[in-house]
Design a protein around this ligand. Structure first.
Ligand code: CO
Length: 273
């Protein structure tokens, strides 16, 4: 039986591509199955994505809107789970929002309890666990001597250091598994140098993004012509590597999804009186 007073909100960056919402939908289904007595909602933290989808769409709603609606419906205890990869700007925005909605002396109509679950790579221990887990979800067709290059998003903020820490962990486990960032350093050029130094000739590309959206399809796996000509796959091909792109988003790999769900579990546990 669902309690009318407890809820879970899953907050993802979102994607303009309809197919990319599978990751979020799966996560919602799994959350509903794990927490049958909680009402489960989803929200998209990216304003750009929401505008693209049209404000009227159910999946175009912001965390602010959903949280207000939940409060209005009488929800008093709420766990918000970030489906972001790193504690970057999107996560920090969610954190500020959650903090502002906690009931207190100046805010009597806030939530009695509201807890936020950290992103995939939320702390040192997560980084280690994610590295170990990545090794279990590598493309099965990879042969000995072939490299894997993961593409993270990257941020200009200090959270970008998470990618460097993850790169170190991965290197220690398997020197041919690398990670770079699309919109920050170390970018593709640095990774090409590393791949050359390692003597790899074939590279498997994988996104380290929650869902397989525009960044995975166009910026990672885009082909040599048209929109994708600046993609990592095109760049690697031009640099002389043979390349295979694997499009599954991190949230679609069950073993990685488990880590986000464990963070949710911790947040839900903190709701207990
Ligand atoms: Co971006």
């Amino acid at each position: 039986m669902q309690s009318p007073h407890t809820a879970i909100l899953l907050a993802a960056f979102g994607s303009r591509l309809p197919n990319a919402s599978t990751a979020l939908e799966r996560m919602r289904e799994r959350t509903c199955a794990l927490y049958p007595d909680f009402r489960v909602e989803t929200a998209l933290t990216s304003g750009t994505v929401r505008r693209h989808k049209g404000a009227a769409s159910r999946h175009g709603r912001s965390p602010e809107d959903i949280l207000k609606a939940l409060r209005k419906d009488g929800v008093t205890r709420l766990a918000v789970q970030s489906l972001h990869v790193i504690p970057g700007d999107e996560y920090r925005g969610l954190e500020r929002l959650v903090d502002s909605l906690r009931a207190g002396p100046g805010h009597p109509d806030g939530f009695e309890r509201i807890e936020l679950g950290r992103p995939l790579l939320g702390n040192r221990e997560d980084i280690r666990r994610v590295a170990l887990t990545i090794l279990t979800v590598l493309p099965p067709e990879r042969l000995p001597g072939e490299a894997v290059l993961l593409m993270g998003h990257g941020t200009r903020g200090k959270a970008n250091g998470v990618y460097l820490d993850l790169a170190d962990e991965l290197r220690a486990l398997d020197p041919l598994v690398l990670i770079g960032a699309l919109e920050a350093e170390p970018g593709l050029a640095a990774k090409v140098d590393e791949l050359r130094a390692l003597g790899a000739s074939r590279v498997h590309l994988m996104p380290l993004l929650f869902a397989s959206g525009v960044h995975a399809l166009r910026d990672m796996a885009g082909d040599m012509a048209g929109e994708g000509k600046g993609s990592w796959q095109a760049g690697l091909t031009r640099a002389g590597f043979s390349c295979a792109a694997h499009l599954k988003g991190a949230g679609e790999h069950q073993a990685l999804a488990e880590i986000w769900l464990d963070h949710l579990h911790e947040a839900v546990a903190r709701l207990a009186p």
